[in-house]
Write a protein that binds this ligand. Sequence first.
Ligand code: SF4
Length: 453
Amino acid sequence: MPETLIDFVLLNDIPDKKDLSRGIGVYRLTTELEKHGHSTLVIDYASCMSLDQLEVILSKVKTKTFGVSSTWFKNKIFTAKNLRKILNKYNDSYKLIVGGAYAYQYIDEDYDHIFVGHSENQIIDFCSGIVFPRIIDWDRKAKDGKFSFNDSYTVFPYLHPDEIVGLETSRGCIFNCAFCNYPHKNQNTRNFMKYEDVLYKELLNNYETWGTKRYAIIDDTFNDYTDKLVSIKRVVDKLPFQPEFWAYIRFDIIAAQPEQAQLLYDIGLRSAMHGLETWNDETAKIIRKGNRQKKIDGMKIAKSIWKENVFVNVFYIAGLPKDKVEDVHDFILYWKTEGHEYIDNVTAFPLYLRDNESQYIELSDIEKYKDLYGYKMTGPKSWIRKDPGIDTFEKATEMANLINLNCKWKKKNTAWTWNAYAQRLGIKNHEEATQKFFDEIYYPNLLKTANEL
Ligand code: SF4
């Protein structure tokens, strides 16, 4: 039996093997846990790991609680049953818990507790000795904004300089799009902002300790308030380096507040994701998004400042209320004739709808009131609707494929290269490069840490 006792060992995964980046939720938790005097160890890059490799690490420590983050979890071998087989060998007693964005999907597996929603506050209460029910979900909505994220920055035990690090500058979204199932939408995020000095320390600490310069900002709308961008610019201006950011941007806000374009560029925006969603103004009104002209105006203003230095990707959802086949053709024509000047890539997908499969998931307004919006489910994902043209999920899928086929990347993403590590190594297959990083750098480092505990 190992002698070292770690209070929390958390297993985490990566969003995508195409770049070096990891989910940040568990690090939010370990930061809060360490602050409250609990020892922690994160085992990351689960997608790249075998069960034997996991066991080697777990054979070196005893743990009171072993947690799994479901958000990016893809490793199908790491079931609760298999995890218990290993944990039982090295621990007399322990709790097995799961949290993250899809925790509710693990209710039927052999976990002691399921954490639903943001858990940085819930996990601290869990440690207080109070007896909790199996499903812990009091922070599922956290509508009062009392998260600890804005007054303490997330600490990472190890980062590679080429990793793109997730960053929250505020939490929650001020908008209320009808197709969105994000639990923190329609909130006054002005009060949920990270304090300037905390953000400054986070960026500086990661730079000085790990050489980190590139971040994926996970705020749902980075440019929701101009005040917020002004505040972040003050932070960036004090840094001894220029950070680079990937973020979700709304161009209709840039149209209304054009000064944002320069601010965003100066802060370091180099890759912008935009939810265009539709080319039909009636649809835009129903789903509560800005109209076509406002989006075009915003993109033009941004382009005049950003030139070729910011990569712009837009998302299109085929099959939204009143969205027609002609709208899709009109959009493709626009992209071919003019849109490609402002948009580097389009990612389209069909409207996905779910039934209320669990009381622990948030449904979008369209999902909640399908009848009202004119949809009827015919299968787990399939729907039909009365509007002519795109009247089935299958037709919406066909339309999304048409957009993806016609609006392909016209130029290389020079502004933002996802896998800088692969480029540095001259490896064209980015997944191979990520595995190489895990085998040669991440795992040996983790093993060394576990040996030294
Ligand atoms: S789709 Fe985006 S902008 Fe709209 S409510 Fe959801 S998070 Fe906010």
